[in-house]
Write a protein that binds this ligand. Structure first.
Ligand code: GLC
Length: 565
């Protein structure tokens, strides 16, 4: 058995370690529920759905940014870190929402975006007005251009969203932006920047927030000593802690300071890093001296495949043991194609360079509906989710996955919002398809999302996925999630598992320390449990992602076996 939990943590105050095996439900606020009818979801909308979240059985919610923003990147362009976007509510609405969630035992995690601000942030506006050499420009990354009159950018680097990573301002200087040009990168060598984020973390912690999700946590610090390398040279520099832009060791000096702040609260505030780094570097972010937990995106990037899932689980439990943190498991979020859709697509061609998490070739081809097997994708998604929920560690769910929702591919160009669509000239259709407002009712304007329309168009097929339709159906995906989250409290015990060999390379089976078992059949032939296993009183099948009989696990299905009492 992999021993994961260090003794000192095991004995810690339960109030301080709630996050270790928590189910965290991600809310993308603009697309969750709209109370005021402006087409954008809002905080009062979330307040009206607190009962829904409680019935679903989640332990915490993580809210994507709800701060004032021009929405150049869906709110990840923050204009003021210590306020609520007026279209989404007020600070009083925030307090009311937190109080209602806490009253139902649900913790609240908010998103912090420290790599960049919005270009509308007062600091950036000040920097533009103050001109070259000013202290205001020092909070960002301004440089002179190259070539005649400095008309060429300082380097040929590309932004993550496509297009150049430098933008020229009126007086001729250039500023650096890893993402959209409306998201200028902050200069983390600047003490004022460091101080201000401590103020922000205190601001939300004092308002009762339980934890933080740290956006692109691996990119804050940079070494921009000149001469700067070219794009080509950059690709040859190893990402080993000293790369000029990515996953630098010195970023943890920032998090060590944040950790002191988190630990000054009772219970300590938690944090989870969004760090797209090599697996062996994840423990740095997840260590108790740093952020304490880090997303592991390995399952999200994998195909629906037993050997890959097994390897990923084994590796990540070992990594968690190394850092003293717990593992995190994710299949969907607001940046990737929903997993029901990913699993319903034909395998990508062997020579494909399109990332699987983006739905590979499918999205590049405009999301051709004819290639998608909706039923199969949904069945595999339920099986993968029950597998994930049976694992030790914390599970991050993305709004709408509990409805088995598919990606919306056919959004007209003029209604698209994601900067990746615009910055790649439409070559990537972007992430809007997983951000379409949720269907709550089978009819009515915006399927019950709000009293009026929705800010991204909802397709007609949303009706059959509506919460209302699924609540009435014991065999629905929503009913399955509710039952699974209820049973999970009994299933979760020590942060370990033992693999049970199945004799099949497309079937995974494991046992938790308290005797619960999870069996996932990734293949197309049923897996026979064997007559003795259940009859001997070893346990009873308490949950199945897709029906089946007591003695066998159907194709692409997960079952949970509870120990005999
Ligand atoms: C993170 C967010 C993504 C955003 C980017 C820039 O990856 O999850 O939505 O676009 O950071 O802030």
């Amino acid at each position: 058995m992999t021993e994961v939990l260090p003794a000192e943590t095991r004995e810690a105050d339960p109030a301080a370690v709630w996050w270790r095996q928590a189910v965290v439900y991600q809310i993308y606020p603009r697309s969750f529920a709209d109370a005021n009818g402006d087409g954008l979801g809002d905080l009062p909308g979330i307040l009206t759905r607190v009962d829904y979240l409680a019935e679903l059985g989640v332990d915490a919610v993580w809210l994507s940014p709800f701060y004032p923003s021009a929405l150049a990147d869906g709110g990840y362009d923050v204009a003021d870190y210590r306020d609520v976007d007026p279209r989404l509510g007020t600070l009083d609405d925030f307090d009311a929402m937190v109080a209602a969630l806490h009253a139902r035992g649900i913790k609240v995690v908010v998103d912090i975006v420290p790599n960049h601000t919005s270009d509308l942030h007062e600091w950036f506006q000040e920097a533009l007005a103050a001109g070259r050499g000013s202290a205001a420009r020092e909070r960002y990354i301004f440089r002179e251009g190259t070539g005649p009159d400095g008309a060429e950018p300082p380097t040929d680097w590309l932004s993550v969203f496509g297009g150049p990573a430098w933008h020229r301002v009126e007086d001729g200087q250039w500023y650096f932006h890893n993402f959209a040009k409306e998201q200028p990168d902050l200069n983390w060598d600047n003490p004022e920047v460091r101080q201000d984020f401590l103020t922000t973390l205190r601001f939300w912690s004092d308002r009762g927030v339980d934890g933080f999700r740290i956006d692109v946590a691996h990119m804050l610090t940079k070494d921009l000593t000149e001469p700067l390398p070219s794009r080509e040279e950059l690709t040859r520099i190893p990402i080993d802690g000293n790369h000029p832009l990515i996953d630098r060791d010195d970023v943890h000096e920032i998090y060590a300071e944040w950790r002191q702040l988190f630990n000054s609260y009772d219970p300590p505030r938690t944090a989870v890093a969004e760090a797209w780094v090599a697996s062996d570097r994840v423990p740095r972010y997840a260590s108790p001296e740093s952020l304490g937990q880090s997303f592991n995106f390995d399952l999200l990037e994998a195909d629906f495949d037993a050997p890959s899932f097994r390897r990923i689980v084994t590796d990540n439990l070992a990594l968690a043991a190394q850092s003293g943190s717990s593992s995190t498991w994710v299949l969907s979020n607001h940046d990737v194609v929903r997993h029901a859709t990913r699993y319903g697509l034909p395998p990508a061609p062997a020579d494909s360079t399109a990332p699987a998490r983006h739905g590979g070739e499918w999205l590049l081809g405009g999301g051709d509906e004819a290639l998608l097997d909706r039923e199969r994708g949904a069945r595999r998604a339920r099986a993968a989710t029950l597998f994930l929920l049976g694992l030790p560690g914390s599970a991050y769910l993305y709004q709408g996955e509990e409805l088995g929702l598919h990606e919306v591919a056919d959004i007209p160009e003029e209604e698209r919002q994601d900067p990746t669509f615009f910055r790649t000239g439409g070559a990537e259709i972007g992430r809007d398809g997983c951000r379409v407002p949720l269907p709550w009712t089978a009819s009515g304007p915006s399927f019950g999302f709000g009293p009026e329309g929705a800010h991204l168009p909802q397709p007609g097929w949303f009706a059959q996925y509506a919460v209302e339709s699924q609540e009435a159906d014991a065999a629905s995906t929503l009913s399955l999630y509710r039952r699974a989250l209820g049973l999970r409290h009994d299933l979760q015990s020590g942060e370990q598992l033992d693999w049970i060999e199945t004799g099949r390379d497309d079937v995974l089976r494991f046992r938790r320390p308290n005797g619960w078992q999870v069996v996932t059949n990734f293949g197309t032939e049923p897996y026979e449990l064997g007559p003795s296993e259940l009859a001997s009183g070893d346990g009873e099948v308490v949950l199945s992602s897709d029906g089946g009989t007591a003695g066998s696990v159907p194709a692409e299905t997960t079952i949970w076996i509870a120990p005999a009492r």
